[in-house]
Every structure is written in C-alpha cells, then in structure tokens.
Design a protein around this ligand. Structure first.
Ligand SMILES: Cc1ncc(C[n+]2csc(CCOP(=O)(O)OP(=O)(O)O)c2C)c(N)n1
Ligand SMILES: [Mg+2]
Length: 676
C-alpha cells in the first residue's frame, strides 16, 4: 500500500475514533475504548469487504455484521452513519439519550442496520452462529445450479469478555462441528477488560482453543495495520467451500488506540476520555474537524450508498433470473423471509382439533406436543426443530425430521448439551428470517437459557422453547430436575408467553398461539406424565386461546378453582368433592396467564367473577398466584425444593391433592367440615 492510501485509510478509521470519543464525551457516558481500538479493523472490513446496501438494511442477501462486544456501540453507529444508513449526525449527538436511534447498546429495530441486540457478552457471537447456520441452510434449500441467490458472509466482532463467557464455548464448539465456513469472527485481543489487564483472569491460548474447535485460526494479526487485516480477511474467504471452517482472526490491538495518554489502559474501556485528552488526540493525529464534523474527503470515502445500491441491483438481477427459472421456489423464499405463515398451517390445526384422535386421549402433554408437530410440520417448511440432547425426552422430533448435516441440509439440530447456545442461536435464526426455530430442554434448565429467552422477548423474536418435565410430576429424578420457581420466573419476563396446557387439545392451541405470534417468544411447559383429556364445547375450545376459560361450571358458583397443566385434574376432582359437600365450584383452566390478563375486563370478570373467593393450584411457587387469588384467596403450591420419589407420592407429600384443595375452598366459603 502506498503512502497516500495509507493516510486516507488512517483518516477513515480516525473518523470512527473521533465520532466515538466525541459522542461519549457529549453523553458523558459510554465506551470509547473498543471503537477506537477496533476502528482500523472495521475500516478495512466495511470499506473493502462488507456487501451491504445502506438504503435497504433488510436486503436478504446482505452480509451480516454483529458487534458482539455491544458496549462498543459507537463503533457500529459510526459505521452506519459513515456508510450512509438513515442515521444522521444528529443521532451521534444524541448518543444514549431517550428515544434516540443510538441507544447505549445496539438494539435491533431501533437503529437501521443493527442485526441483533447486543450487550450481554457472548450472546452476539452465538446469534451470529445461528445466522451463519440459517444462511447455510437457506442456501442449501433454495439455491440451484448457477443460481446462488443466498450466498453471503457473517462477520462478528468480539472482545475478551465474549470469549470469557461460557456461551462462547458452547456456540463456537458447535460452529466448528457444523463447519460454518462463512462465519468470520474478529477477536479484539487488547488484553484489557474492566478490572484491568486480563493477565490475572484470562490466560487461555485462544488460538489453540479455537483450533481445537476445528476453526480456521489466523493468528497474530496487527489490528492497526490495514494490509494485515485485509490479508487475513482474504485468507478467511478463500477457503475451499466444501471443507471450509469458521474463521477466527486474532487481532492484536491497543484499547482506545489514538488517545495520547489513555490508550492501552482500562480507563478508556467505559469512561469519557475528557476534553483535554480529546484535544490532545486531535493535535496528535492532525485532525482539524471539530466534534461531529468530518472532512469532506472522508465523508466521500465512506459513502457506500452508490456501491451498495449497485450491488443489490446486481443481486436483484440474479434473483429475477432465478424467479424466472424457479418461480415456485422464489415465491416460497419470499414468503419465508417475509415471515408469512402458509395457509395450510391453519387448516392442519383446524383438522387436528376437529378430528378425534390420539390428541384427545389420555396423553402426556410432551407427547401431545409431538402429535401436534407430526400433524403440522409438513405444512411449515420454515419450522426448525432441535433439542439440547434430550430429543427422546422432549419429543421435539417428528418422523420427517432430518438432522442437519455438514452441507446445511436438514430441519432438526441436536444442539448437544448447550441450552444457552441453543437459545441464543435460535434468536439468531429468527432474526435472520426464513425460519421459525423451536428447541427443547428440561424446564428446570430454562435457567441456563434464561438471558437468551429474555433477549428474544426484548427483540420481539418468534422463538419457541419446548420445556418438558414441568413439575414434581417428573418424579424420581428429584429436586435438581423439578422446576419450582421456573414458571413464575419465566412469566416475569416482559413480552414472553408461557403456556402450560392441561391436555392434548390445550397443547395444540398453545402450539398454534406460539407459531402465530410473530412478535415474541413462547415457552411451552409440558408434562412428562400422562394427563386425562377434557371434553369441551366448541365455545370452550375457542376460549382456550384467550389464556383462561371456564372448563367446568355449575349453576351458581360459590368458589372458583384455578389451575394450570397437570393440576387442572386435581382442581376438577376437588370440585367433585365440593359438590358432594353441597358447595358449588367453578373450575378455570388458565394455560396462559399473560394472555388471559391481556383480555378485556368483561371477559376476565366473566371467567373470574369479582367477589367470588378463589383457590389456585400449580405445582410451583405460590407467591405468583397470590396476585390472582387476591388477599382473601388461597394459593396452593410448593415453596420449597422438590423431593426424589414417585410422582403420586410427591403430590401427596406437598399437599397438592383434590382433598386439600376442596378443604381450602370449603374453608373460604365458610364450610368447616363434612356436613358442617
Ligand atoms: C454477560 C455480561 N457480563 C458483564 C457485562 C459488563 N461488561 C461490559 S464490557 C465488560 C468487559 C469486557 O471486556 P472486553 O470484551 O475485553 O472489552 P474491552 O474492555 O476490551 O472493550 C463487562 C464485564 C456485560 N455487558 N455482559
Ligand atoms: Mg478487551
């Protein structure tokens, strides 16, 4: 590279440095270190390699860029602004302010060009691995000879923090096995994290670690030398596609590079540089422009609008040729990317619910779930199943499941014992588009996935968690495996939906709600043990979708018994006991509390008449239900850990019996005992 080019390259990267330093200074909040340290890598990647179109951030065949070290958000905002996305300079000045397009950490659907919400370290990397998998599978399904319409790379930036997080092991190990050769990750090896020099807490041989994962590792790249960075990217992209591996480019960098006195230390990680340091940096780097102004030649050098439009137009030409040769495939791909459900899906659900079959028999709801999957999967090619090594227990597979292979064919993935990576990869797939991912594990291990479930809720992504073995009903495996607080905890996540169906029909309705819901995740909470079926009128069957409904009624109820899942049977038996004692009880099944409380007041009051005493039962913590039953009501449940024993003994041990529920209800209506 000759001298003038090098100068421009440096100036282009310095534009990122000054935007980041000035925005953080203005906000008096944020992280200048990573953007300044990775500016040179970003400049080479974005200006020489990244295939994107600022005018259409959703272009299907764009390269994906994920900033997994999301605290460096100003790096991404600077790149988007400089490239010509709809992110004007005014937004740089509003960094971290209410309702700006430049929030503290990158948020999908807030800023054009942000592919996923990052900040919780390690998850962006796992999202990117999900996206790279989605690309590989979509390409395998839709590309045809001479028509490679899905064919792009997925790039990730990450720092020490992402690599220290355990999820990086889970996800990168799987990425190596799957041979995701179009995934290119850059490690910002600056030897600094918040507490200081990582020598005291992070001394892994990272290149060796990734070689052990079967990645293509490029070591010792000078992260401030454009030619070395460029060469590394070219090596990553020149792999034989048949044997390609994910690439890790290890870049030695200097955190806060350019700051005259603060670079290289942990103080630049997450604090404003200070006016004096920024002015000294301006002088040292010969940067004449004031804050939030840029030299015209730098603006021109960065502008990717024309090149991006040309690139997309060229792809559009290829897509049109594909559509002419393969009209059915082209329409189907467009449908899937748009996230529209096929009409046949609704018909399959309607038929399943209208026809007497195994779903309407006594069945474990995990088994009912598999019956549902068997009935609908063929209509939903975007459905992508999996399990964290519990397929035979979660019953997430169907006869037509094909395990994903090295070439990207298949519709089912054994994620291995990697719950968190599974959840975060599913988020990546949902964000990518063209797939509706669902994955299974035991409900108690939803804690391992929890932050990724939260991120799906925050990002409004359609991801479905199949959580089986949902209570002490799983029996002998004992308290480690028996979820107690999990249903309540999952219900607490805003925009998450939790369904705990009581029989096969409710399971089908829950699956339908999960799939038809396009703006957030759903957790399906399913039993290991068989549960009896209920008979419902057509109206009752329709009301299941309202989250809660009257399952068994009487002429003038004196008390309402509310239950979910396997405890609905206990509530109905309790109602029968009460009836013998001359007490009239209504049984309400409430498979989805969140959906029920989203119904209009009239319906809620119809199901739970104000003033009538309430008793709830769920084999989990009671405090969640106290709000539903109110001060005068009784919530039956378990406020300790479970025990190891056969399930029926456990229900008796924890007092979750029809007799106990009947006694509680009788007490509320003033009946003190048999005949009393
Ligand atoms: C899961 C998670 N834990 C903790 C944090 C808080 N945090 C933000 S950045 C950071 C240090 C990251 O170090 P590194 O990735 O090396 O970033 P650098 O200082 O080099 O920019 C921490 C602990 C977080 N964002 N996510
Ligand atoms: Mg670091």
């Amino acid at each position: 590279m000759n001298a003038p080019e090098k100068l421009t390259t440096t100036a282009n990267a310095d534009a990122i440095r000054f935007l980041a330093a000035d925005a953080v200074e203005q906000a008096q909040s944020g992280h200048p270190g990573a953007p300044m340290g990775m500016a040179d890598i970003a400049e080479v990647l974005w200006r020489r390699h990244l295939r994107h179109n600022p005018a259409d951030p959703k272009w299907a065949n764009r390269d994906r860029f994920i900033l997994s070290n999301g605290h460096g958000s100003m790096l991404l905002y600077a790149l988007l602004h400089l490239s010509g996305y709809d992110l004007p300079m005014a937004e740089m000045q509003k960094f971290r302010q209410l309702h700006s397009k430049t929030p503290g950490h990158p948020e999908v659907d807030v800023t054009p060009g942000v592919e996923t919400t990052t900040g919780p370290l390690g998850q962006g990397l796992a999202n990117a691995i999900g996206m790279a998998l989605a690309e590989k599978m979509l390409a395998a399904q839709f590309n045809r000879p001479q028509h490679a319409i899905i064919d792009h790379d997925t790039y990730v930036f990450m720092g020490d923090g992402c690599l220290m997080e355990g999820i990086s092991h889970e996800a990168c190990s799987l990425a190596g096995t799957l041979g995701l050769g179009k995934l290119i990750a850059f490690y910002d090896d600056n030897r600094i994290s918040i507490d200081g020099d990582v020598a005291g807490w992070f001394t892994d041989d990272t290149p060796l670690r990734f070689e052990a994962y079967r990645w293509n590792v490029i070591r010792n790249v000078d992260g401030h030398d454009a030619a070395s960075i460029d060469a590394a990217i070219r090596i990553a992209k020149s792999q034989d596609p048949l044997h390609a591996k994910p690439t890790l480019i290890c870049c030695k960098t200097n955190i806060g590079h350019g700051a005259p006195t603060k670079a290289g230390g942990h103080d630049v990680h997450g604090a404003p540089l200070g006016k004096a340091e920024i002015e000294a940096m301006r002088a040292a780097r010969g940067w004449q422009s004031p804050a939030f102004e840029l030299p015209p030649e730098v603006v021109a050098a960065w502008d990717a609008k024309a090149s991006g439009a040309a690139r997309q137009a060229q792809w559009q030409g290829r897509f049109d040729a594909y559509a002419a040769a393969y009209p059915h495939e082209a329409a189907e791909l467009q449908r899937r990317i748009a996230g529209e459900l096929p009409a046949a899906l609704g018909t399959a659900f309607d038929e399943l619910l209208a026809t007497e079959g195994d779903l309407q028999k006594k069945v474990a709801t995990r088994k009912a779930s598999q019956i549902v999957l068997e009935a609908i999967s063929a209509t939903l090619p975007e459905f992508f199943g999996g399990s964290a090594d519990l397929t035979g227990s979660n019953l997430t597979n169907v006869k037509a499941s094909v395990w994903v292979n090295h070439h990207g064919a298949g519709n089912y993935l054994s994620y291995g014992v990697r719950e968190f990576a599974m959840a975060a990869m599913m988020n990546g797939m949902a964000l990518y588009g063209g797939f509706i991912p669902y994955g299974g594990t035991f409900m108690t291990f939803s804690d391992y996935s929890r932050n990724a479930i939260r991120m799906a809720a925050l990002m409004r992504q359609r991801v479905i968690h199949v959580l089986t073995h949902d209570s002490i009903g799983l029996g002998e495996d004992g308290p480690t495996h028996q979820p107690i607080e999990h249903a309540a905890a999952l219900r607490l996540i805003p925009n998450n939906r939790l369904w705990r169906p009581c029989d096969g029909v409710e399971t089908a309705v829950a699956w339908r709600a999960a799939i038809e819901r396009a703006d957030g995740p759903t957790c399906l909470i399913l039993s290991r043990q068989a549960l009896p079926p209920y008979r419902r009128s057509p109206v009752q069957q329709q009301q299941i979708a309202r989250g809660g409904y009257v399952l068994e009624d009487c002429s003038a109820p004196q008390v309402v018994l509310i239950a979910t899942g396997s405890e609905v049977g206990i509530a109905s038996a309790a109602a029968a006991f009460l009836d013998k004692r001359g007490i009239l009880a209504r049984v309400v099944s409430m498979p989805c509390v969140e959906v029920f409380y989203a119904q209009e007041r009239k319906y809620r009051d119809f199901v739970l008449p104000p003033g009538l005493p309430r008793v709830s039962i769920e084999a989990g913590v009671t405090w969640f239900w106290r709000g539903v039953v109110g001060d005068g009501g009784i919530a039956l449940g378990i406020d300790s850990f479970g025990e190891s024993a056969p399930a029926d003994q456990l229900y008796a041990h924890f007092g979750l019996t029809a007799q106990a529920m009947a006694d509680a209800a009788a007490g509320l209506v003033g009946d003190k005992g048999e005949g009393g």
